[in-house]
Design a binder for this molecule. Structure first.
Ligand SMILES: [Cu+2]
Length: 171
């Protein structure tokens, strides 16, 4: 179990991938009083990150659209539609990724989000590892706080060394 956890952590560390749940604990809904524009504005999305839309699939869905459709809440021709209620979307390209709910009226009520992936080179510093504490609770015990990424990295390196040593010596 520990090995699996460490392997997962190493994978996150190597890829710098972050999992973002849209709306955090509230998810994707019109009743949670979430400002999705504000939610997205506080994030630093990168290629390789994973965006999760969690919602009641009987009430909402997720449509990927272009900028014009996003602005107009136009759902007539989405690029893609997701309906599982727990949709994982891999961010593989830079730039804007526009999503909105296709249920009539919901987009107008604010159920729309712009995931803007900024090129790393344009940022002042490279992205730091952010433990997805809400997604993998076990990680939060090792990471005192998201702001404490440096010491977390240190622990991760120690753990990785430990695991590698273990495998080397056990052969
Ligand atoms: Cu909806």
């Amino acid at each position: 179990m520990v090995v699996v956890l460490v392997m997962v952590m190493v994978m996150f560390q190597l890829s710098h991938a972050t999992i973002y749940k849209v709306g955090d604990s509230v998810g994707w809904t019109i009743t949670g009083n979430v400002d999705y524009k504000q939610w997205a504005a506080t994030k630093n999305f990168q290629v390789g990150d994973i965006i999760i839309f969690e919602y009641d699939s009987r009430l909402h869905d997720v449509n990927r659209v272009n900028h014009a459709m996003y602005r107009a809440c136009n759902i007539s021709a989405p690029f893609a539609t997701f309906t599982t209620g727990n949709d994982l979307i891999n961010i593989t390209t830079r730039g804007h990724h526009y999503f909105l709910c296709g249920v009539p009226g919901h987009c107008q009520l604010g159920l729309k989000v712009d995931i803007n992936v900024i090129p790393t080179s344009e940022m002042s510093q490279p992205s730091s590892f952010k433990p997805p504490s809400s997604y993998i609770p076990a990680l939060s015990s090792l990471a005192p706080s998201p702001n404490n990424a440096d010491s977390f990295k240190g622990k991760l390196v120690d753990l990785t060394t430990l695991i590698i040593s273990y495998f080397v010596y056990s052969i």
